[in-house]
Design a protein around this ligand. Structure first.
Ligand code: FMN
Length: 187
């Protein structure tokens, strides 16, 4: 038996990311985004959906740049804080204890504490309703050197990434398999 729910956003779990932005005139900000996604492999593209009333919105609209910073158990508290306080009222970097790092290609800073920083340039802005979806082409990616093993494999799992699930933050559970394991021959 199923019960019908009100049509709404029920696609969970989701990544929850810290997005860093700048205005091109020396000001920057951070906000938390749940409505983010990977939308194309080649060219690599991501999307973020932002409400116009966010302080960060005008910055993205103006510079057409943003950085998606992957969050972890270590940065979960800061991630929540950046999603409930506005840069209009405070320096969220300071309040959340986060450090600006230099991006490779864009003017917005990266979050040094995040293991992966995905630098994006906006290619399209789609007015969807409550949110404007910015499609961003990934122009550079930085990853912490400490997360690579001696063979050069990126150990993302070691960073302890988090997921957002219906209003709650979670660490990831146990590994269930690897890509293609359903068809791989057992040794
Ligand atoms: C878990 C979580 C997810 C959020 N996802 C979004 C989102 O996808 N889009 C959005 O516009 N705001 C989202 N928010 C709200 C903004 O992060 C929040 O309004 C923030 O204070 C905006 O910051 P700013 O005014 O400094 O730009 C989310 C907040 C949280 C806590």
């Amino acid at each position: 038996m199923k019960t019908e729910m009100k049509p709404g956003n029920m696609l969970y779990p989701l990544p929850v990311v810290l997005v860093s932005v700048h205005d091109g005139q020396g000001h920057d900000n951070l906000l938390t985004i749940g409505w983010a996604g990977t939308v194309c492999s080649d060219p690599p593209m991501v999307s973020i959906s932002v409400r116009k009333e966010r302080y960060s919105y005008d910055m993205i609209e103006k510079t057409k740049e943003f950085v998606v910073n992957v969050t972890t158990e270590e940065t979960a508290f800061a991630t929540d804080l950046c999603g409930v306080k506005s840069g209009r009222d405070m320096d969220k970097w300071k309040a959340a204890g986060l450090t600006r790092g230099k991006a490779v290609k864009v003017g917005a800073p990266v979050v040094a504490e995040c293991p992966v920083n995905i630098e994006c340039r906006v290619t399209q802005a789609l007015e969807l309703g409550t949110h404007v979806m910015f499609l961003g082409e990934v122009v550079a990616v930085q990853a912490g050197k400490e997360w690579f093993d001696e063979n050069g494999r990126f150990m993302l799992e070691k960073t302890r990434p988090i997921a957002y699930c219906h209003g709650e933050y979670y660490g990831l559970g146990k590994k269930l398999g690897t890509y293609g394991y359903s068809v791989r021959k057992k040794k």
